[in-house]
Write a protein that binds this ligand. Structure first.
Ligand code: ADP
Ligand code: MG
Length: 670
């Protein structure tokens, strides 16, 4: 179509007036110029026209073309916000926060007023809010309360190509989404088009520069080391331009951060970015480095499409990412490092060609790229535990989950497994219907096991304490280990350790913080993130200090994740017999105290299977609270548990077929 240049000019004049009226003229003007330089600006009016004429539009454009930051503003300027908010969903919390901040600056208001964001546990919006960025999980919960989402005049489902679990479920629920953003991947686009029927697809003309792609000649054994080497080589080559390194996760990023300690080398500013990074540090990656200093950003795949940093000339791609995947061997989700897909690889290299020609170093061979990598990543809905989705859909009255309109229906096994897990926790009854407990669980924006823990704690009289434990497990890590002070911080941390439980260690930290009047100085002295702690502050009614009750309550929700002592420091999963190890950061690690039974919060697989956040429990509790799995095996003839039971009890594990459920017309029978 033809571009309406008059409308564009009018818009530009309007924006100019706005900025000239402001006192901070210089800064606004540059922001405005930046806005107008974005590829999406050239098609502003065309986009608005097509959105006005269609109830659903698919918008496709290169990363950095301005979709996320501009589209909401265009709709606002076009008058949409007089009928309701313009909402924009993001699969990642960091993106929602960072983009909202940027847009509030572009519009010239305080964050939380006209432009706000909402993520789990943090609502930074007000009555004034017209443009709302949020995680897709938030919109999903809002649709629980108000299924027609009447308070929005338009909803933008951003990063739809990423196929996050929540976005996928939203697609099934909201068949009247207005706009949908996504990046250039033809296979995904045709899938969307097929799903929504006959909807227009709008392409934003891109502006990209060529990127040289250099493959590794041989496979790399250690991608962290290889990345550091590669980055160093670029840095010392004298070529100008910032570097972006893609790493799978936070731990690897922390290792790479040591690049900064280089001696006798030109200055290098190493900046990490990952989803758990405190928000005050996130903003740093967008700031220009001082003259003569090269910026080196070390990121997870958050920098693939969600966040665009200008000025990147070199990309170093480790070839790996972290994915939450349902592992049939252990019967639950585990975060694991996986090779990326070709689509990821291409997105990553594209980051080097935004502002000029660039180079991408792939630390894997060309043959690995061609023959071993998947074309695109498997959608989350097809690889993870669906317990929360099942709860949500059941509470929305969706009876037959197998008939729900999924874009890519999840494998039946996943669905069954998730229902099975909910049945274990007492959220579903034998017919697959939501129980009163299940109904309560939907209200909490938490993993089903954590919701269960809270619910049980009310009956057990330790709700105040469990509330703290759950909160501590739900915020970013509270302990930190600053560079160069690792040992010192480890020592301080050890002082908080409760020998039988990491959960209680968290509780202990909180109680001591409280005794110190919630002081931030105290946090700094103890290597604790003040910001993470502040999120916990609430009015609590404590129930005393019988920590055995608390441990039992934790056991009531995590009995399905239990391990048994096998040898010195060796544990095996009670149900599967799989060896698993105490994480070195655990309070139980190397304390010489090795309880016979423990439960764990999650399993992390790196070099070994590590149990993270562990609590010692009694064998009897496991039998009492998880009767579908365990019963007490008695040496003697008596079938009753003896009061003077001195020796560790011996548990008998029942091997239930997993899943022991069959689905008939959406019902479960066990
Ligand atoms: P897209 O969604 O199409 O990938 P975005 O709207 O996210 O593009 O980005 C458009 C531009 O805005 C980019 O040049 C990016 O660098 C800039 N930008 C986005 N967020 C920020 C921020 N927090 N600080 C500075 N610049 C930003
Ligand atoms: Mg975007």
């Amino acid at each position: 179509g033809k571009v309406d240049y008059r409308a564009e000019q009018k818009f530009a004049d309007h924006m100019k007036e706005k900025s000239e009226a402001s006192s901070d003229f210089a800064k606004k003007k540059t922001l405005l110029e930046q806005r107008q330089y974005l590829p999406i600006f050239a098609v502003r009016q065309q986009l608005l026209n097509i959105i006005r004429d269609n109830s659903i539009v698919i918008v496709v454009g290169e990363t950095g073309s301005g979709k996320t930051t501009q589209l909401t503003q265009y709709l606002h300027e076009d008058g949409y916000t007089s009928y309701g908010m313009v909402g924009c969903t993001q699969p990642r919390r960091v993106a929602a926060m960072s983009v909202a901040k940027r847009v509030s600056e572009e519009i010239g208001t305080n964050l939380g007023e006209e432009v706000g964001y909402a993520i789990r546990f943090e609502d930074c919006t007000s009555e004034k809010t017209l443009i709302k960025y949020m995680t897709d999980g938030i919109l999903l919960r809002e649709s629980l309360r108000e299924s027609d989402l009447d308070h929005y005049s338009a909803v933008i489902m951003d990063e739809a190509h990423e196929r996050s679990l929540n976005t996928d479920v939203l697609f099934g629920l909201l068949r009247e989404v207005v706009v949908l953003c996504q990046d250039t991947m033809t296979s995904t686009i045709s899938l969307f088009a097929a799903f929504f029927g006959n909807v227009p697809i709008f392409h934003i003309p891109g502006r990209t520069f060529p990127v040289d792609i250099l493959f590794s000649k041989t496979p790399q054994e250690d991608y962290v080391e290889a990345s550091v080497k590669q980055a160093l080589q670029i840095h010392l080559s004298g070529l100008i331009g910032d570097i972006l390194i893609f790493m799978p996760g936070q731990e690897d990023i922390e290792i790479v951060e040591r690049l900064e300690d280089l001696e006798n080398a030109p200055a290098l500013a190493v900046l990490p970015i990952y989803s758990q990074l405190p928000s005050d540090l996130q903003a740093k990656i967008f700031q220009k480095a001082p003259d003569g200093v090269r910026k080196c950003i070390v990121a997870t795949n958050i920098a693939e499409t969600s966040l665009t940093v200008d000025g990147i000339m070199f990309v170093v791609d480790s070839g790996y990412c972290k994915l939450k995947v349902f592992n049939p061997r252990i019967g639950m989700d585990a975060l694991q490092v996986y090779p990326i897909s070709q689509a990821n690889a291409n997105q990553r290299s594209g980051r080097a060609g935004r502002t000029g020609p660039g180079q991408c170093y792939r630390l894997y061979t060309q043959s690995a790229y061609k023959n071993e990598m998947l074309t695109t990543t498997i959608p989350e809905i097809q690889r993870t535990n669906l317990a929360n989705v099942v709860l949500l859909l059941k509470s929305l009255g969706v009876q037959d989950l197998l008939l729900f309109h999924f874009m890519d229906p999840p494998p039946e096994d996943n669905m069954l497994n998730s229902m099975y897990q909910l049945w274990i926790l007492g959220a579903l009854d034998n017919t697959g219907a939501l129980t009163p407990t299940g109904r309560l669980m939907v209200e909490f924006p938490l993993d089903p096991a954590l919701s269960k823990m809270l619910i049980v704690s009310c009956d057990m009289g330790c709700s105040a304490d469990i509330l703290i434990v759950v909160s501590m497990l739900s915020v970013p890590a509270i302990f930190y280990r600053p560079k160069g002070r690792e040992e010192e911080s480890d020592q301080v941390r050890e002082k908080f350790s409760v020998p039988e439980s990491d959960h209680l260690t968290y509780l202990n930290v909180y109680m001591q913080w409280k005794n110190n009047n919630y002081s931030s100085v105290w946090c700094n002295e103890h290597f604790i993130h003040t910001k993470a702690m502040r999120k916990q502050r609430m009015n609590l009614i404590s129930c005393g200090s019988d920590w055995d009750i608390i441990r039992k309550c934790i056991c009531a929700a995590y009995f399905h994740q239990a391990a048994k002592l096998k040898g010195i420091g060796e544990y095996v999963n009670v149900r599967t017999g799989m060896p698993c190890h105490l994480h070195p950061t655990s309070s139980l690690f190397g304390m010489g105290y090795t309880p016979d039974y423990i439960i764990y919060h999650e399993l992390v697989m790196t070099t070994k299977e590590y149990m993270q956040c562990v609590t010692a429990v009694d064998g009897e509790w496991l039998a009492e609270l998880g009767p579908m799995f365990y019963s007490i095996k008695h040496a003697g003839k008596s079938r009753q548990v003896r009061k003077d039971y001195a020796e560790p009890c011996s548990l008998h594990t029942r091997f239930i077929h997993n899943p022991a459920i069959s689905i008939q017309r959406g019902n479960v029978s066990v």
